[in-house]
Design a protein around this ligand. Structure first.
Ligand SMILES: Cc1ncc(COP(=O)(O)O)c(C=O)c1O
Length: 395
């Protein structure tokens, strides 16, 4: 698979060699349980502490505000369920279950959690974005009710690449005394994660999206935020998330997060160049292709390309590209096998047809201009082939 052109970095990234090197000892010679009091255990404890310091430095928060999790799905669940249940169980709460404001373009880790809370009697409002995929802070303000206990809006969208006005949304929330959660999974490595500047109370990350390992993430929990922690157990994470820690994963996440933060500017510049080259090449060779998501570079993740190609099913194109050694996506990787059109593109007002003919490329650190040019050629060739087949079938 050495020759693969990997353009699906929003789905996952390879583990950086430096990250892997830092993790390896914690699989083998440093295998102690961090809860054990002897030296071997305390070595693992110290490694977790160092990773927590690293994460706190990147987020510019206190170490006590970082809770390690198994990834963003758990972090998102914890943020929503934990806040909703804390509000409901508050001694001063009345019998009515509180309300959450979120958006129609969230990852399913948030959306399906909100749906589950609705089934438990909570209320939820899902704000729809504009045609670029951007949420209007005024729409959030209008949706807030007296019983709203949480606003959850993602920092940047995994499909459209649209960057959301989190600071403005957080300012609205602060004025009303409502906590704000942001799923910052796709922003890590591209955008600053300074929680005070963003104004958020809860923030989710997943290590494998920024060249760390899979199955580990974190939730930033602002001191004083009311949260009913969901995973009882052996008192790990200061009693906030029971279960023996994934020491190698946590170590890897710490290194990966520090690297992503210190390489952010160079990474952004590198990705932006490749992204613009890919857009320019595709749009000039396929003039009826349309861009999904913001056209303004400052409102879009630097590594995201999303287009619809009329008359060509995204899935068909993906298979054709796969044969040519190119990995891309026709939507979120988490919904592969699901033939439903993307809920994100649909919320932006695209027709089912335009959703089904969409293709997402997300570039990363190791991609080159030569790979981008080869991809443009491959897409153009595949589109020509699919269109020719469709025409010959139709005639
Ligand atoms: C925006 C966003 N949130 C949450 C997740 C879930 O992350 P994980 O599967 O690592 O738990 C993803 C993964 O694609 C994502 O893109």
């Amino acid at each position: 698979m050495d020759d693969i052109i990997y353009l699906d970095h929003a789905a996952t990234t390879p583990v950086d060699p430096g990250v892997l090197e830092a993790m390896v000892p914690y699989f083998s010679e440093r295998y102690g349980n961090p809860s054990s009091i002897y030296h071997l255990g305390q070595e693992s404890r110290a490694a977790i502490d160092r990773a927590r310091v690293a994460a706190a430095r990147v987020l510019s928060c206190d170490v006590s505000e970082i809770v390690f999790t198994s990834g963003a799905t758990e972090s998102d669940n914890l943020a929503l369920r934990g806040t909703a249940w804390a509000a409901r169980l508050r001694p001063s709460a009345n019998d009515a279950a509180p309300h959450i404001v979120t958006t129609a373009i969230e990852h399913h880790a948030v959306l399906h959690t909100a749906h589950a809370l609705e089934r438990q009697g909570f209320a939820a409002t899902y704000i729809v974005p504009d045609s670029r995929g951007i949420i209007d802070p005024d729409a959030i303000a209008s949706a807030v009710r007296d019983d709203t206990c949480l606003i959850s809006v993602m920092y940047a969208n995994n499909e459209s690449g649209a960057i959301q006005p989190i600071q403005e949304i957080a300012a609205i929330a602060r004025n009303r005394g409502i906590p704000v959660h942001t799923d910052a999974v796709q922003a890590a490595g591209s955008l600053p994660l300074l929680v005070d500047e963003l104004g958020v109370d809860l923030l989710s990350l997943s290590a494998h999206k920024f060249y760390g390992p899979k199955g580990v993430g974190l939730l930033y929990v602002r001191r004083g935020a009311l949260i009913d922690f969901q995973q009882a157990g052996g008192g790990q994470e200061q009693g906030r998330r029971g279960g023996t820690e994934d020491v190698p994963g946590i170590v890897g996440q710490g290194v990966a997060l520090e690297q992503a933060d210190s390489w952010r500017e160079a990474y952004t510049e590198h990705c932006r160049g490749l992204r613009d080259r890919l857009y320019a090449g595709l749009l000039s060779a396929i003039p009826d292709a349309t861009v999904n998501g913001p056209l303004d570079s400052s409102q879009r993740l630097p590594n995201n390309v999303n287009i619809s190609i009329p008359g060509v099913q995204g899935e068909t194109l993906l298979l054709s590209l796969d044969v040519l050694g190119i990995a891309a996506s026709a939507g979120s990787a988490c919904t592969t096998g699901n033939t439903e059109p993307s809920h994100v593109l649909r919320a932006m007002g695209l027709s089912d047809e335009a959703c089904r003919s969409s293709l997402r490329f997300t570039v990363g650190r190791s991609n080159t201009e030569e790979q981008i040019d080869a991809t443009i050629d491959a897409v153009v060739e595949s589109v020509g082939r699919v269109r020719a087949l469709t025409t010959s079938h139709a005639s």
